[in-house]
Design a protein around this ligand. Structure first.
Ligand SMILES: Cc1cc2nc3c(=O)[nH]c(=O)nc-3n(C[C@H](O)[C@H](O)[C@H](O)COP(=O)(O)OP(=O)(O)OC[C@H]3O[C@@H](n4cnc5c(N)ncnc54)[C@H](O)[C@@H]3O)c2cc1C
Length: 353
């Protein structure tokens, strides 16, 4: 086995919040064939196994015991191209596969440069391709569930590589079987996407139309949409390279429409909108609005804070730890619950501690 296991490894550079934590055992997986022997070793040593991608959706609550495997598998390949006469999925559709360790943003830009639309609204989301299905990443009206064809994963229960269709993944709003139902069972090795030059663009969310108009674009291409999304995100969200953060710290809560109507009578500004993949009669409420109206925007406590432009984002100014961040998050949850009767659920995954 070429992959070396290191001990007592500093994880600060491996999480975008920049929280301090150490991994008891740590390995960078660059070769798929090394995975099964690594998992066998972890089993023999009774080490719990943690999977790490880009660390942009993780809060380290403390040190991480057992074996942390960082998925660094690389490679992008075209699986099928209907125009080339290969396995036809839909007319003008390509199936393209990326290995788990590829950068998500770079992959989206690569596909767009080839002329394939589908991932433009998901530009500039940090992290790896392998983690994208885990919480069914989404932005500006598009989720991975809308564009994913299938994935390959190592099933730790069966001890073999399996292929899962998008339907097998149990996708829901910021959720999948990998996040809530069977966490840790599957190590995602590569993900396949169905993209097409003729895929209709999704322009109705957020400020996309405004950003396109500002740029003077009248008949946008997928690349124009990606550039608009990138500009909006750069203006709204803190860059983790400059200020530690994990993006949205809370999910937008799903609330029964009847409760929303009652709340809107007291809080006329409360914004609600239909959720993709959700049950009829429920709507999503903007968690950032709830937090901002509860007075938290810009609040700082020691080294952790609520971002001054985006109340949904908790930030770490450096020198702090996961416990401080989680204490602030707990106070925000309690305050929103007391004010609106709505429970906020944390989006990033807890690890260690
Ligand atoms: C500034 C900023 C903006 C963001 N904006 C968005 C957004 O718009 N929409 C959105 O949905 N998210 C957003 N996020 C969250 C984050 O980018 C995504 O959740 C991303 O998919 C996480 O990828 P990662 O590789 O960093 O995963 P990590 O944080 O390393 O891991 C996340 C989870 O996935 C698991 N995991 C990682 N790789 C694998 C694998 N190969 N197989 C199985 N499990 C694995 C981990 O064990 C962990 O449970 C944002 C984050 C930041 C910092």
């Amino acid at each position: 086995m070429s992959t070396a296991i290191r001990e007592n490894v500093d994880l600060q550079a491996f999480n975008t919040l920049g929280l301090r934590a150490r991994a008891a055992h740590f390995v960078e997986l660059t070769n798929e064939a090394d995975l099964a022997p690594l998992l066998a070793r972890a089993k023999a040593e009774a080490w719990p196994v943690q999977l790490l991608g880009g660390g942009s959706n993780i809060v380290f609550a403390g040190d991480v015991s057992g074996l942390t495997i960082r998925l660094s598998l690389r490679g992008i390949r075209l699986i099928s191209d209907s125009q080339a006469g290969a396995k036809i999925v839909a007319e003008d559709c390509v199936i393209i596969e990326a290995a788990a360790g590829e950068s998500w943003h770079e992959f989206t830009q690569y596909t767009l440069a080839q002329g394939w639309a589908g991932l433009e609204n998901l530009s500039l989301i940090p992290g790896s391709v392998g983690a994208a299905p885990v919480q069914n990443i989404g932005a500006y009206g598009v989720e991975v569930a809308d564009v994913m064809h299938s994935l390959r994963a190592y099933d730790r229960e069966q001890g073999r590589v399996v292929e899962l269709s998008a339907a097998d993944c149990g996708f829901a709003y910021r959720d999948s079987i990998f996040k809530s139902q069977q966490p840790g069972r599957y190590v995602i090795l590569s993900v396949r996407f169905a993209l097409s030059a003729k895929r209709p663009l999704v322009l109705g969310y957020g400020d996309i139309q405004t950003a396109l108009a500002t740029a003077g674009v009248q008949e946008p291409s997928a690349i124009d949409v990606a550039q608009a999304v990138i500009r909006i995100r750069q203006a709204k969200l803190p860059d983790p390279a400059v200020l530690g953060n994990a993006g949205s710290f809370f999910k937008n809560p799903l609330v029964p429409s009847a409760q929303i109507e009652q709340l809107q009578a007291h809080f006329p500004g409360l914004a609600a909108y239909p959720a993709q993949l959700s049950t009829p009669g429920w709507q999503k409420v903007a968690a950032g609005w709830l937090i901002e109206q509860a007075g938290w925007k810009g609040y700082r406590r020691g080294s952790v804070a609520v971002h001054e432009r985006q109340a949904l984002v908790l930030v770490h100014h450096g020198g702090g730890n996961g416990a401080e961040l989680l204490a602030l998050a707990a106070d925000i949850v309690a305050s929103v619950q007391a004010r609106y009767g709505i429970h906020l659920e944390q989006e990033p995954v807890l690890m260690g501690g």
